[in-house]
Design a protein around this ligand. Structure first.
Ligand code: P6P
Length: 335
């Protein structure tokens, strides 16, 4: 039986038709992102063969050693977004300040982007899945290049958010607030095809993902939750399975498909944890909520937190609603 493959472009255009006032800017913006993702994907797949592994001998704003692929991916997304003319500013994990587009395009660009161009890049040498995380807001300022004010918006203002996972297959997963859909890249023709329509966390879940190497530094409530996950109780599918690969996009994507909670807690030394609110936690939180799940910092809904700076960090817990709420119970009880 022949079946109609729905491409990402067809899907986006179809969805655009549901917004009578849409003029195609978001459609073009999402396509700009998909185009850059295909080019980054090509470099990642060849990374073991050409001299693009390794580091560039400098650190990013986070104090993390920049990998050649980090820089390549960052340059590629910035070039695609700047050239597309639909956005007027970008906040990137790789850049200290907002990249503002002061050109004739910036008058047209009514969106701003917060992006982690290549998350988990410390895993590149180990050939572990890595990802790009992106989020799109409408600009707040009226004209000229976008500013910090345009980027420091709560997740509730998100227009769209998504990630690309460069793994055994390359997938683009995104939401515009009407559910989550996943597209798999057919590398033979360079087209993203709808492969995972209406993604939702499964009703049952039994995975927990956390770097247990930091266990002794976790808040007592998190320690107690981890012990809860390890207890034997068949009615609640416990003990849960521990799965953690150290790449947010890969860990989250597996948990979305198979059912599981992801935890990156704060510690006494780093009370806000490691993950960045603007371009890691909030886009993933939007997807989690749209897939029937939840995302919190342990007490507040991630989507409601008003960011105060571009690179601020946040404790991050996300997964099926009942799993996150159970964790919040432990945190509330024990702090
Ligand atoms: P840790 C990758 O560096 C990253 O930012 C996320 O992709 C990942 O979830 C986290 O850090 C892993 O951190 O401390 O467990 O190695």
């Amino acid at each position: 039986m022949r079946y109609k493959i729905k491409t990402l472009t067809e899907f986006i255009i179809e969805r655009q038709a549901q917004y009578p006032h849409a003029k195609g800017a978001l459609t073009r913006l999402l396509n700009d992102i998909a185009t850059a993702a295909k080019i980054v994907n090509r470099e990642i797949n060849a990374a073991g063969l050409v001299d693009i592994l390794g580091t560039v001998g400098r650190e990013n704003i986070q104090g993390e050693t920049q990998k050649k692929l980090d820089v390549f991916a960052n340059d590629m997304f910035i070039t695609a977004l700047k050239g597309g003319g639909e956005c007027c500013a970008i906040a990137s994990e790789e850049n200290e300040k907002v990249i503002s587009f002061q050109n004739e395009f910036s008058e047209l660009g009514k969106y701003v982007i917060a992006i982690d161009p290549l998350d988990g890049s410390s895993n590149i040498e180990a050939n572990v899945s890595i990802g790009t995380i992106f989020s799109i807001y409408r600009r707040i300022t009226e004209a000229g290049g976008g500013t910090l004010e345009d980027l420091l918006q709560p997740g509730l203002n998100l227009v769209a958010a998504g990630y690309i996972i460069y793994g055994s297959s390359t997938m683009l997963v995104y939401t515009t607030g009407k559910g989550v859909n996943g597209f798999t890249l057919d590398p033979s023709v360079g087209i993203f095809c709808l492969s995972h329509p209406e993604m939702r966390f499964p009703e049952t879940a039994s995975i927990y993902s956390v770097n247990e190497g930091n266990y002794i530094h976790f808040p007592q409530g998190v320690k107690n939750y981890i012990k809860y996950c390890q207890e034997e109780e068949s009615a609640t599918l416990r003990p849960f399975t521990s799965r953690y690969i150290g790449s947010l996009v890969a860990d989250f994507h597996r948990n979305l498909i198979k059912g599981g909670i992801f935890l990156y807690p704060g510690t006494a030394k780093n009370p806000n944890g490691k993950l960045r609110l603007l371009y890691e936690c909030k886009p993933i939180a939007y997807i989690a909520e749209q897939a029937g799940g939840k995302a919190s910092d342990g007490s507040r809904r991630i989507m409601e937190i008003m960011p105060e700076s571009l690179h601020q960090r946040s404790p991050f817990y996300t997964g099926p609603k009942w799993m996150v709420e159970k964790l919040e119970e432990f945190l509330h009880r024990e702090g």
